[in-house]
Design a protein around this ligand. Structure first.
Ligand code: MN
Length: 224
């Protein structure tokens, strides 16, 4: 079943972008996630780090006009077709662009949200309880060595939930899985406020997860 792009979640929209790639505004103000993610960190993270990934991705693609019609999702899933001299740049900066867009869109100002009924039931079935899920996810994020991401995803169709540990800027294979939420555990995501205390940043993350968004993606993932 094909869905008009306007109905796809924002992550899917960025995946459909082609060269030249652009940095979207955040879906909230820079101070909207305070105190859990502070304004300064969010500004540097979005206008500094994320913007640089987009710029470097465009610089790489500028050298390979034959790749400029590929969507971001196609570039990342068909890396073997990308010329060897820009492959690493496309993997790292393209993955960085996609994952950051996913991250911004899975966060929301603190509102005491919780998963919708269907997703809540699936979390309980898979992880025992909502707390059990958060503990497992947090432990994977705390124990991840060096830079990377941790995502909650579900298999398309069966909707089996899975905690996925991603190195550097590795991305989820969205053909087989739908990403529900993701946390950035690169030091640049938390160092200004939390310094070396990654576990505190992970605990703070739970206050700003957009569970409504995650529940909507979970619901759509039943279709394919
Ligand atoms: Mn980041």
């Amino acid at each position: 079943m094909s869905v008009p792009s306007s109905q796809l979640p924002p992550t899917a929209e960025v995946a459909q972008q082609t060269y030249p790639f652009a940095l979207a505004d955040l879906p909230y103000a820079y101070d909207a996630l305070e105190p859990h993610i502070d304004q300064k960190t969010l500004q540097i993270h979005h206008r500094g780090h994320h913007a640089t990934y987009v710029k470097k991705l465009n610089e790489a693609l500028a050298k390979a006009p034959q790749m400029q019609g590929f969507t971001l999702a196609q570039l990342l899933t068909r890396l073997d077709e990308v010329p060897a001299e820009i492959r690493t740049a496309v993997k790292n900066n393209g993955g960085g662009h996609l994952n950051h867009d996913f991250f911004w869109n899975c966060l929301a100002p603190p509102t005491n949200q919780s998963p919708g009924e269907e997703l809540a039931q699936a979390i309980n079935a898979q992880f025992g309880s909502f707390d059990g899920f958060r503990k497992q996810f947090s432990a994977v994020a705390e124990q991840h060595f060096a830079s990377g991401w941790v995502a909650l995803a579900c298999e398309r169709g069966s909707r089996k939930l899975e905690i996925v540990d991603l190195k550097d800027h590795e991305v989820l294979d969205e053909n087989s899985r739908a990403g529900l939420l993701i946390i950035d555990i690169w030091e640049h995501a938390y160092y200004v406020k939390y310094q070396n205390r990654r576990p505190e940043f992970i605990q703070a993350f739970w206050n700003i997860v957009d569970w409504e968004h995650a529940s909507e993606i979970f619901s759509q993932a039943a279709n394919r």
